[in-house]
Design a protein around this ligand. Structure first.
Ligand code: ZN
Length: 428
């Protein structure tokens, strides 16, 4: 078996061929920006626009559009000077999707390599972001296609910042000793982190030690300079390092040992790899057709990219390793964000130690809104079971199904109130 898996000339590669042609029509502006090396927020916003454009139809897993998006990202990696990983002839690694009516459909991780040098030449750091999203939107009949999910914030923004990091870190020859960096654009995140899992099983990662994985998921809505950094509990060196790097940036960091959210770093953490996760927080447009590029902040993208560049540079040039710390499992794929069957519709505030889940809002038209939950509430129990944090809420939601009415207890104005909430299936 060729180490770097690429689908044989089956239906998948016909799909692949068709996709390449479709993308060549992509807006010229985006390519031009990359070609002239302009690395600011506007250039990143152009990448967000390209990935969330109608041509790419929401980059649904198993679709030609998702493969077309992979072609675009591969060209951005090439323009940044990244090589195919060792043992691979291409900047691709293909795999077959599983489950959810996707069995056997082709998917593609895009991989770009920046070699290490000096004393750290054999050390490896992974910088990743998923590019897949929800694809076409179905109409009220649940059958006809009525639009698509642009996924500008989730996660065209993460890919745009990752490409920017690739451009800057690969071009930076100042450090004598530097780890190798694998830049990875994952497919399959929205369907259970399948791309991250496939990448861990394939060349160049299989059987290789990874010093750390930095994950960027939904980093385009910076508000009040507040950035969430998760995964700090996966190595004792991470929290002081992050705080040190932030001295020059002055971001309002919300630090967490856990991960807040089930994204690709969860698969790497489960494989015993220290992780860092960057995220700008939840918002009402999450996983909706309203998650459009116009809401993505170019200035915020630039702030996040500047911080992430310095963070990554510190990680890939420090002589000391990052000892892995086993900790409570990060939220598993699923939970309020993933494939839970029951939907509540709360928007967590993600502040830690709230003694429950503090709400920054509720989704319009959601069960939570209809029941009367509101921003500022601290959700402390469901059906009498204590809700200590987001992971706890996700676990409790998994135990209930759509159509069930549950009693939710919140702290509000110094007192506790119960609300009867009828859970629903997450709208598609
Ligand atoms: Zn995402």
């Amino acid at each position: 078996m060729h180490p770097c898996r690429r689908m044989t000339r089956g239906p998948g590669s016909l799909l692949l061929a068709a996709s390449a042609a479709a993308v060549l029509a992509a807006p010229a502006a985006a390519r031009a920006v990359d070609a002239d090396g302009d690395g600011d927020g506007q250039a990143m916003l152009e990448r967000v626009r390209t990935l969330s454009a109608e041509e790419l139809q929401g980059r649904g897993n198993g679709t030609a559009a998702a493969l077309a998006a992979a072609d675009t990202i591969e060209r951005w990696f090439a323009a940044a000077g990244l090589a195919p990983p060792p043992g691979c002839a291409q900047r691709f690694s293909d795999f077959a999707l599983g489950g959810q009516g996707l069995d056997g459909r082709p998917a593609r991780n895009v991989l770009g390599w920046s070699p290490g040098r000096g004393a750290l030449v054999d050390e490896l750091v992974v910088i990743g972001a998923h590019y897949d999203h929800l694809g076409p939107a179905l109409g009220p009949d649940g059958a006809t296609v009525a639009g698509f999910y642009p996924g500008a914030e989730d996660n065209a923004s993460g890919v745009a910042v990752m490409v920017e990091l690739a451009r800057r870190l690969h071009a930076d020859a100042t450090a004598t000793d530097r780890c190798a960096i694998l830049f990875a654009a994952f497919a399959g995140e929205e369907v259970g982190l399948q791309g991250a899992a496939a990448a861990l099983r394939a060349v160049p990662l299989s059987g290789r030690r990874v010093r750390l994985m930095l994950n960027l998921d939904s980093v385009g809505r910076l508000r009040g300079d507040r950035l969430y950094v998760g995964g700090l509990g996966s190595s004792p060196r991470l929290r002081p390092l992050v705080q040190d790097v932030n001295r020059a940036h002055g971001l309002v960091l919300e630090l967490s040992d856990g991960g807040w959210d089930a994204s690709d770093h969860v698969a790497f953490n489960a494989a015993g790899i220290p992780v860092l996760f960057l995220f700008t927080g939840a918002h009402p447009q999450y996983h909706s057709v309203a998650d459009r590029w116009e809401l993505v902040e170019p200035r915020g993208l630039a702030r996040v990219a500047d911080f992430a560049r310095d963070l990554a540079a510190a990680v890939v040039t420090t002589a000391d390793d990052f000892p892995y710390a086993t900790q409570a499992a990060l939220p598993s794929a699923g939970g309020e964000r993933g494939q839970t069957r029951a939907w509540l519709g709360t928007i967590p505030d993600f502040v830690e130690n709230a003694g429950g889940v503090k709400l920054s809002g509720v989704m319009p038209g959601s069960p939570a809104e209809e029941a009367g939950l509101a921003a500022g509430d601290v959700l402390v129990a469901m059906e009498g079971s204590v809700v200590a944090d987001l992971a706890g809420l996700s676990a409790l939601l998994q135990a209930h199904g759509a159509g069930e009415t549950v009693t939710v207890t919140v702290e509000r104005d110094g007192g506790r109130r119960d609300f009867a909430v009828t859970l629903r299936a997450r709208p598609r």
